[in-house]
Design a protein around this ligand. Structure first.
Ligand code: BDR
Ligand code: CA
Length: 319
């Protein structure tokens, strides 16, 4: 039976790749998609999400708009990575519909409570919507199978030297979600930055006849240039899509159950501290432990196999 999921997104070049993969994969049932400010402002995120679902032939999947800013900090879009509109300006027709009348939190609650099986939440964005859901409707926790989130890092950051963008954008929300008593899987930068499609394959997709394939090629090649050296501009990262691949192909990813906490102040604000020690440290010996949550942290990945799975799957979308 396919895994019932709700995707929370800030579409977002690689959120778009994740949506295309999720809709295409037969072992995933997308119950709904909720939108949050992150890579782009909320209005652009909603419009991009609807356009991508149209492209995937999934105009029946409900989409709801959520938080336009983090719980405490101001919104800070990542136009230098995703372009001003969040999709790097790729040419897609306007959406055929608008967002639902209900809010993201209301939609998540409804879909979770009415589904006969526990639902998997897939957070590919700052976790503002999820934190609001879990605080406002704590009864949903028992009906959530797990939360798979793209976010954090057990090593270096990208938004800052130590903080990954999604957690950095709303650290309080990430802390609330980690502490909500729901099992979590952390697909962080340690694996996120390893799965990429070679430039030649992306170029072939862009030049091909398959409509969704062409968009995938354009999205893969669409990282806004951060270097004048053309050879350094292409990353081909499938990004957020890797977190969805990890749901259907967990054998391609290695996970460790580890203590994780989110830093909330100072320069390290937004850092996920992952305790990988195999021994008791001075902090425990001297009773100085901070509050930790436990997460299944993705630390290793068969990058080529995941990239292949991604490409093979999106090419099954209708031409
Ligand atoms: C995360 O931030 C965004 O740029 C991507 O969509 C991904 O969710 C990576 O730090
Ligand atoms: Ca994202």
């Amino acid at each position: 039976m396919p895994t019932p999921v709700i995707l929370d997104v800030d579409t977002g070049v690689d959120d778009a790749l994740a949506l295309l993969f999720a809709v295409a994969h037969p072992e995933i049932e997308v119950l709904g998609v909720t939108c949050v400010a992150g890579n782009a402002g909320l209005d652009d995120v909603v419009a991009n999400t609807l356009r991508i679902l149209d492209l995937a032939g999934a105009a029946d999947v409900p989409v709801a708009a959520g938080a336009a800013r983090p719980l405490i900090a101001p919104a800070r879009a990542a136009a230098h990575v995703h372009g001003e509109d969040g999709l790097g300006g790729i040419a897609l027709p306007p959406a055929t519909r608008g967002a639902a009348d209900e809010s993201a939190v209301a939609m998540m609650r409804r879909l979770i409570m009415q589904h006969p099986e526990p639902v998997t939440l897939v957070a590919l964005a700052p976790q503002t919507n999820l934190a609001l859901l879990l605080r406002t409707h704590p009864e949903v926790a028992a009906r959530i199978e797990r939360i798979v989130f793209m976010g954090g890092s057990a090593s270096v950051g990208n938004a800052t030297a130590v903080a990954e963008f999604n957690v950095w954008h709303d650290p309080e929300a990430a802390a609330i979600v980690l502490d909500a008593g729901v099992p979590t899987t952390m697909y962080g930068l340690d694996v996120f930055e390893r799965v990429s499609v070679p430039l030649e394959r992306a170029k072939a997709l862009t030049a091909g006849a398959h409509r969704a394939g062409r968009a995938v090629g354009e999205l893969l090649g669409n990282r806004v240039a951060m270097s004048e050296d053309e050879s350094l501009q292409y990353t081909g990262l499938i990004g957020d899509a890797g977190a969805v691949c990890a749901i259907v192909a967990p054998e391609l990813v290695s996970f460790e159950s580890l203590p994780v906490r989110v830093e909330l102040s100072g320069y390290s604000r937004g850092q996920t501290v992952v305790d990988r020690r195999a021994y008791t440290g001075e902090d425990s010996l001297h009773g100085l432990d901070e509050v930790w949550s436990r997460s299944e942290v993705a630390l290793g990945i068969d990058a080529d196999a995941v990239a292949d799975l991604f490409l093979k799957t999106v090419l099954t979308l209708p031409e």
